[in-house]
Design a protein around this ligand. Structure first.
Ligand code: ZN
Length: 255
């Protein structure tokens, strides 16, 4: 919306990247156009708007921290690992050691763009896993959501002209939870929310859980078919352009 930005420069800065003298909107910004019912429910159930906002922000901070440390590990650095995310990072290290995952250091945090469809983004990395070559995206959410497929399909399509051997994409989810010894439930303290989810048996009463220490949770899912997701991404992009047409016309991105 036009009132969200001060001027053209502000819009360009907040919504995209300048690459080789051309401006491209960011994939994650474009995808923001899609509604997020789970987020509305979370806000609705929270004590107040500000309380929900604080949890979301703290949670994002923790996610960013995990992301940064994992990326440093991926390029072979030996970063200091803050205590509060040690379980998640240890979980990740165990996972990587047990799987046949080779990360391409050249592509960690690499800026990518699509000249024909005119969008850009930053990938987490490319990887070779069990002989397949693809885009690997890291998430620190409590689950792997289908929405991620829009984002990664855009990355794959942007890279294909340069890397025609790309054949798939994965989401690698890194998180940390406490587990209840009695009921198998899990508690996720991320952001200060203490979200409890049921395990295999009935949840204990609130005071009766016996929580473990925080432990890392790492899971990986492959999403080999991206064409349909990419069509949906282009649809989202069209809608995003419509919503932002005031600014996009002013900067000459659309007529
Ligand atoms: Zn329990």
């Amino acid at each position: 919306m036009f009132y969200d930005y001060f001027n053209e420069e502000d819009f360009k800065e907040l919504c995209g990247y300048e690459i080789d003298g051309r401006w491209y909107p960011r994939v994650t910004k474009i995808i923001d156009i899609k509604s997020k019912p789970a987020l509305y429910r979370f806000y609705g159930e929270a004590a107040s708007y500000n309380a929900a906002k604080e949890i979301t922000e703290n949670s994002a901070k923790e996610g960013t921290l995990i992301h940064e440390v994992v990326e440093k590990l991926m390029v072979g650095e030996n970063p200091e690992i803050p205590d509060e995310i040690k379980p998640a990072i240890q979980g990740y290290l165990n996972f990587i050691e047990n799987k046949n995952i080779h990360v391409d250091k050249e592509y960690v945090e690499k800026r990518i763009f699509h000249t024909e469809h005119r969008y850009a983004g930053t990938i987490d990395t490319l990887a070779l896993i069990d002989g397949k070559f693809g885009v690997l995206d890291i998430k620190t959410s409590q689950a792997i959501y289908r929405d991620y497929n829009l984002q990664t399909s855009a990355y794959v399509e942007a890279l294909l002209s340069e890397l025609p051997s790309l054949e798939t994409r994965w989401i690698l989810r890194i998180d940390q939870v406490k587990k209840c010894f009695r009921c198998g439930g899990t508690m996720r303290p991320k952001g200060g929310r203490n979200k409890i989810r049921k395990g295999k048996s009935v949840l204990c009463k609130e005071e009766e859980h016996q929580w473990s220490d925080l432990t890392g949770v790492t899971e990986m899912q492959e999403f080999p078919f991206w064409k349909e997701d990419f069509q949906a991404f282009l649809g989202a992009k069209k809608l995003w352009e419509w919503e932002n047409s005031y600014w996009l016309k002013r900067i000459g991105y659309i007529n």
